[in-house]
Design a protein around this ligand. Structure first.
Ligand code: ADP
Length: 396
C-alpha cells in the first residue's frame, strides 16, 4: 500500500505529510479548494467536495486505499465504490454507526458503554418529539429532564458548531424554530437532545487498530474546552491507574466492536463521583492527539498511515514526562500569517509551533497549535506555559 487517498484536505491531512515521507507513502487528497492546507503537501489532488462520490471514484483510480480526515461523507454513494472493490480504511461499515450523533449514541449504548441520557428530536416545527409527547413540556416531564440540556445537530457538527447548551424552555424553542435547511449552524431538522453532564474534567483517548486487529492506545489526555471548542490538551491526564485501565478498555471495546482500522479519537466526561461517560467518537485522527506529533515515539498521523497501509503499529508511549498542546484559534477576520507572534511563542523552551498555512483567519478557526514538552510531570507548570502562549497569541 503505497498510495493513500485522503478524503478531506484540512490540517489533519496536512499533518500526515511527514509520516508519509518517513513511510514512503504518497498522499492523494480530495478537497474542494486549492487553499486547503493539505494541497501543499499532496502528491496529487482531486479538487472536489468530500461528499462528491464521483470525485472519490477518480481518487480511487489514483490510489491503493482510501482513508478519511473528516466524516462529512455520503456513505450511500461511497458504498457503490466499495462494492466495486475500492478499499476504504476504516471501512464504510465501521463509519456507518458513527456519522450521525444519535446513531452513535445508540451504538455506544448497545455496546453497554455509559453515555449521557439522550433523545432524538424529530419533527421540530410541529413539536412532535417522536415519542408521542404533544409538547416540549410534556416531553421533558415524561423523561424527567431538567435544564440545562444540550442540543446537537445530528450531522455535520464540528468544533462545537451545531452544539448548544440550552438554559431554559425559551432557549430550546428558539433553537428548534431556527432550524432550517438554510441555517448553516443548525442545518438539520433532526437533533440529538441530551442531559447536560456536570463533568469535573473532560478526557480523550486516541486509539489505533490494525488490519489484523491489534490495538495501540495513547496516553489518556485531559482536554479543556471553551465555548465547546478545544483549547488545550494535557498528556498524561492526572487520573488513577484504575480509571486509565477502564478508559483503555472502553477504547478497545469500541475499536474491536467496529472492527475499526486506523486511528480513532474518543472524547469522555469524568464526573465528580469518578464515573466516565463517552461523549463522542471521531473515526479519524483527532485534535486531542496532536501532542503525539512531538511527544510520542509514533505520532497519531504515522500510526494512522501504518494502520491503513497494513504496516505494524508503532509504539504510542510518551518520550517525555508530560506534554501540553495549545490550539491557536483565530480571533479576528484577517489574512495575516501572524509570524511575529509565532516567533515569540517559539522562544519558550521545548516549544514547537505547528502552523497550518491557512490563508484566512476567522474567529474560532483552528490556525495552528503549539506542543510543549516537559521532562517532569507538573500540571500547574504546564497550565502556566499554556497561559503564557495564549497571552502572546490573543494579545493585540
Ligand atoms: P463537537 O462534535 O462539535 O466537538 P461535542 O459533542 O464534542 O461537539 O461537544 C463539544 C463540547 O460541548 C464538549 O467537549 C463539551 O465541553 C460540551 N458538551 C457536549 N455535550 C455535553 C453534555 N452532554 N454535557 C455537558 N457538556 C457537553
Amino acid at each position: 500500500m503505497k498510495r493513500v487517498g485522503v478524503i478531506g484536505g484540512g490540517q489533519l491531512a496536512w499533518m500526515m505529510a511527514s509520516a508519509a515521507n518517513k513511510l514512503g507513502v504518497e498522499l492523494i487528497v480530495q478537497t474542494p479548494s486549492a487553499n486547503d492546507p493539505a494541497v501543499a503537501i499532496a502528491h496529487d489532488t482531486v479538487f472536489a467536495s468530500v461528499a462528491d462520490a464521483a470525485a472519490t471514484a477518480i481518487l480511487a483510480s489514483k490510489c491503493d486505499v482510501i482513508t478519511f480526515e473528516n466524516e462529512f461523507v455520503n456513505l450511500e454513494t461511497l458504498s457503490v465504490l466499495a462494492k466495486q472493490g475500492v478499499c476504504f480504511r476504516p471501512s464504510l461499515e465501521a463509519l456507518a454507526p458513527l456519522l450521525d450523533k444519535y446513531h452513535q449514541r445508540c451504538y455506544l449504548r448497545n455496546l453497554g458503554l455509559p453515555v449521557p441520557k439522550f433523545f432524538a428530536v424529530d419533527q421540530v416545527g410541529s413539536q412532535e418529539l417522536g415519542d408521542g409527547s404533544n409538547s416540549i413540556f410534556e416531553f421533558l416531564a415524561f423523561h424527567n429532564l431538567d435544564f440545562p440540556l444540550v442540543l446537537k445537530a445530528r450531522r455535520h457538527g464540528y468544533d462545537g458548531q451545531g452544539t448548544f447548551i440550552i438554559k431554559d424552555i425559551e432557549d430550546l424553542q428558539q433553537k428548534l424554530a431556527a432550524a432550517t435547511p438554510e441555517n448553516t449552524l443548525l442545518p438539520n431538522s433532526v437533533f440529538l437532545l441530551e442531559e447536560f453532564i456536570p463533568f469535573t474534567t473532560e478526557l480523550a483517548v486516541i486509539a489505533a487498530r490494525s488490519v489484523d486487529g491489534k490495538v495501540a492506545i495513547y496516553p489518556i489526555v485531559e482536554t479543556q474546552q471553551q465555548e465547546q471548542v478545544c483549547r488545550r490538551a494535557i498528556a498524561p491526564a492526572e487520573i488513577s491507574p484504575q480509571l486509565a485501565a477502564e478508559i483503555d478498555e472502553i477504547a478497545r471495546v469500541i475499536l474491536n466492536g467496529l472492527e475499526a482500522v486506523g486511528v480513532f479519537g474518543i472524547e469522555l466526561f469524568l464526573t465528580a463521583d469518578n464515573k466516565v461517560l463517552v461523549n463522542e467518537i471521531a473515526p479519524r485522527t483527532h485534535n486531542s492527539g496532536h501532542f503525539s506529533v512531538d511527544a510520542c515515539e509514533t505520532s497519531q498521523f504515522e500510526q494512522h498511515l501504518r494502520a491503513v497501509c497494513d504496516l505494524p503499529l508503532g509504539n504510542s508511549n510518551l518520550i517525555c514526562s508530560c506534554a501540553i498542546m495549545v490550539n491557536l484559534l483565530g480571533y479576528e477576520i484577517s489574512t495575516s500569517n501572524y509570524i511575529v507572534k509565532r516567533q515569540k511563542i517559539e522562544q519558550i523552551p521545548q516549544t514547537i509551533v505547528h502552523w497550518y498555512g491557512k490563508t484566512q483567519s476567522r474567529p474560532g478557526r483552528k490556525l495552528g497549535h503549539v506542543n510543549v514538552l516537559l521532562n517532569h510531570k507538573n500540571r500547574n507548570e504546564a497550565m502556566a506555559i499554556a497561559h503564557t502562549i495564549e497571552n502572546i497569541w490573543y494579545s493585540n
